[in-house]
Write a protein that binds this ligand. Structure first.
Ligand SMILES: [Zn+2]
Ligand SMILES: [Zn+2]
Length: 193
């Protein structure tokens, strides 16, 4: 693992700016992979790790910087729960830890650095200095990943009987003996014009 300052540079590049969310996300990922005992998550251990994130905010962008887990590699899973939380799963040992950012950390930042007026700067500096325990609550959890959710799963593509679009990874729905994509099965989030 690299020192936090080096990850900060990489996170600023990936995210477009450095912010309190980047520091929090980096700390979260470093703590999570550390608890799993992974020494090189983005290198030698890269096939062992899958990360679930629970919010689409700044903090989420920092997590792949440490873990190497990316959406396009199927190693980053998004569950839109609106929580500053992430679960790090070691596929090799079949164990996982879920970390939630503590609500108290913002108040703690105000106490630690009252002299820094800018809230983002105040939180950035404090999040660098706080202990893991001050920042995060930890749960050991079990994550049941289906075969089709694993990175590297070889999936046959099927064609939706309604729209003709191809569907991978078993995401089709069979209804009245017809193979449908999720959109045609009623989960469409867009309205064709
Ligand atoms: Zn940001
Ligand atoms: Zn369809």
């Amino acid at each position: 693992m690299k020192p936090l300052s080096q990850y900060e540079l990489l996170a600023a590049q990936a995210h477009g700016h450095l912010c309190a969310g980047q520091i929090l996300g980096l700390r979260m990922a470093l703590y999570g992979v550390g608890l799993l005992g992974l020494e090189d998550p983005a290198g030698g251990d890269r096939k062992r790790l899958v990360t679930f994130v629970e919010i689409d905010r700044c903090v989420t962008d920092a997590i792949p910087v440490v873990t190497g887990c990316r959406l396009g590699k199927r190693a980053l899973k998004f569950r839109d729960f609106g929580k500053v939380a992430a679960t790090f799963c070691d596929l090799q040992e079949n164990r996982a830890v879920r970390l939630v950012a503590r609500e108290s950390s913002k108040q703690r930042a105000r106490e630690m650095h009252p002299e820094i007026e800018n809230k983002n700067q105040q939180q950035m500096q404090s999040y660098r200095e706080m202990t893991d325990d001050e920042l995060f609550e930890v749960q050991c959890v079990r994550v049941a990943l289906a075969a089709e959710d694993l990175p590297g799963y070889k999936s046959p593509r099927v064609v939706c009987a309604e729209c003709g679009e191809a569907v991978s990874f078993g995401r089709q729905i069979i209804r009245d003996a017809r193979t449908l994509c999720r959109a045609c099965a009623g989960e469409r989030y867009y309205a064709p014009l």
